[in-house]
Design a protein around this ligand. Structure first.
Ligand code: RRO
Length: 307
């Protein structure tokens, strides 16, 4: 099976990528996975300045998925450019760099700083982090705010870098946000970020996370993510989608491809299986072959076709 695909106009040999915020920008997976063979490493959302994040504890496992309130902890763009991106580039690993900010200008400056950086394949514009001070800071909850960020980034980003907007499931109409950001110049869409949730410890009778609420990831959100991919692909069939949300097996990934995703990210699953990204690639290839597909591309959106 021909597993090649693309992020916008950038070709990649595998449709399976890491998910932003997981696996330490690839370093934690290196002993388990040939990182050069995967689609790309999607790096943890970076901001202009280093940030320590929200109070601990900030991860909680629940029977229905993982809840996190990291709060954009990270080295800032200087650290990413000095350490993480050279580490990936030296190994020939493609980097899809997630950027985040609190103002439109922050995003634009980050896109500017990433122009021409070796190994950088493109940008995932994270307008949907749930762990911010107020819901007003979640650009992806408002089509106008979301498109302001995307058009500012597209205007200054490296022309060779596809710009994907990462959308939030916490909206009433994800199609209208998807339409707004693609009209604003997004080359593709990443769907979905985590779903805002809460866990209370019955013993302490207090919220488990220091940040109180957090983003839910893992199998619990898979049907929500799949529904988002389905709705957006149906409305905008020519817009490339990077699908994510609880993908743990090749058959999970297959569902996203059939719904309209041309690539997928594996995030939470790596915490239990550090080889999950490579394994999902292999399992997806087998699943496609078993169903008679000669190429991944033939399967994208197949579930929408008349039976
Ligand atoms: O850092 C985080 O708390 C975080 C981010 Br930026 C995001 O986009 N999604 C998430 O679940 N956590």
């Amino acid at each position: 099976v021909d597993m090649s695909t693309a992020l916008g106009a950038a070709p990649i040999p595998s449709p399976v990528l890491t998910a932003s915020g997981c696996s330490a920008n690839g370093a934690e997976l290196e002993p388990f996975v040939d990182l050069t063979a995967i689609g790309a490493v999607v790096t943890k959302s970076v901001q202009l300045r280093p940030r320590s994040g929200r109070p601990t504890p900030r991860m909680a496992e629940t029977p229905s998925g993982m809840l996190n309130s990291i709060g954009l902890q990270g080295p800032g763009i200087d650290g990413l450019l000095a350490d993480d991106l050279p580490w990936l580039a030296e190994r020939g690993v493609r980097a899809f760099v997630s950027i985040a900010g609190t103002r439109v200008e922050d995003f634009a400056e980050l896109a500017q700083r990433l122009r021409g950086v070796p190994g950088v394949l493109g940008l995932e514009v994270n307008i949907s982090c749930p762990n911010v001070e107020s819901r007003g800071e979640v650009f992806a909850c408002d089509p106008v705010a979301a498109s302001d960020v995307v058009s500012a980034v597209r205007a200054v980003a490296d022309p060779a870098h596809p710009v994907y907007a990462k959308l939030s499931p916490d909206v009433t109409d994800i199609v209208s946000v998807a339409r707004a950001v693609t009209d604003a110049g997004a080359d593709g869409l990443s769907m979905i970020n985590t779903l805002l949730g809460l866990v209370i410890d019955p013993d302490t009778m207090r919220p488990v996370l220091g940040g109180v609420t957090g983003g839910l990831s893992g199998p619990a959100i898979r049907p929500v993510a799949l529904r988002c991919v389905w709705q957006v692909h149906r409305a905008l069939p020519h817009v490339p989608i990077l699908g994510m949300g609880g993908i743990r097996t090749g058959l999970d990934a297959l569902q996203f491809v059939l719904a309209g995703a041309s690539a997928v990210s594996v995030g939470t699953a790596v915490f239990h299986d550090p080889s999950a990204v490579a394994r999902v690639h292999e399992e997806l290839a087998v699943a496609l072959a078993q169903r008679g597909f000669a190429s991944l591309r033939d399967a994208v959106g197949f579930a929408h076709r008349e039976a």
